[in-house]
Design a protein around this ligand. Sequence first.
Ligand SMILES: [Zn+2]
Ligand SMILES: [Zn+2]
Length: 275
Amino acid sequence: MTTARAVVLTNFTNPPELASFDVPPPTPGGLTVACRYAGICGTDLHPASGHLDVPTPLVLGHEGLGTVHALGTGTDRDANGDALAVGDTVMWASSIACHACHACHACHVLREPTLCANRRTYGVNRPVTEESPLRGSWGDFISLEPGTTVIRLPAGIDPVAAMSFACAGPTMVHALGGRRPVRLGETVVVQGSGPVGLAAAALAQLAGARVIGRLRPPTRETGEARGQPGSRRPAPGRSTTAAGRRPDSGSPPPRRAPPSRWAAHSSAGGAPRKP
Ligand SMILES: [Zn+2]
Ligand SMILES: [Zn+2]
């Protein structure tokens, strides 16, 4: 059986470790992707630091780009309806909203599945005890399950450019396309020049808005974010501008964590082996 190395967060006090897992075959409706690129997002710092009550151990990485390694039975199209084949370059959405929920306030009333407590996010709340331990992009392979939004990339797309939108793109599509659509002729002020800020500027400009950017050196940006003197950081829970400090779309709602023990691994998922 093929094995995969992966970066595993075992607990919140030690640095992530490299471990090896058997790569299980894809489930019907799912697929296995050989990861070529994985993003390191600001959100990754939160689970790694214990700021989110996520289950451990888990393979990190909610942003990724790779090539199709194996297709599960019945998996033959991407989210656009284009044919999928082994070797295709694909990207995928980090979260799978619980379409079956329709019971929680977020899903039923707010119509905001990204706030659903049942939402599953690759690399964030997917422990290695699942059917496949490979649920993050910081590994040689990732197991994508049915319900994942997978997109085949057209030929000629620069993978690094595509990766810059892996998380920031959906975050700003949600903000500027869904929560507050930008209209032709409007003026949008973007504060910050990180990936989310750049995605905001690009999408606002494509929508026909006039974009005013406030690009500052990283040191000052970092200082403001940490609340140092001169900070304009808003009160907790308050939204900011388009490129503000709200958790991105990769952040799941806090969840209860199961026991963090290697011994908790299911044999079906393949116990990790130190390389
Ligand atoms: Zn992210
Ligand atoms: Zn829900």
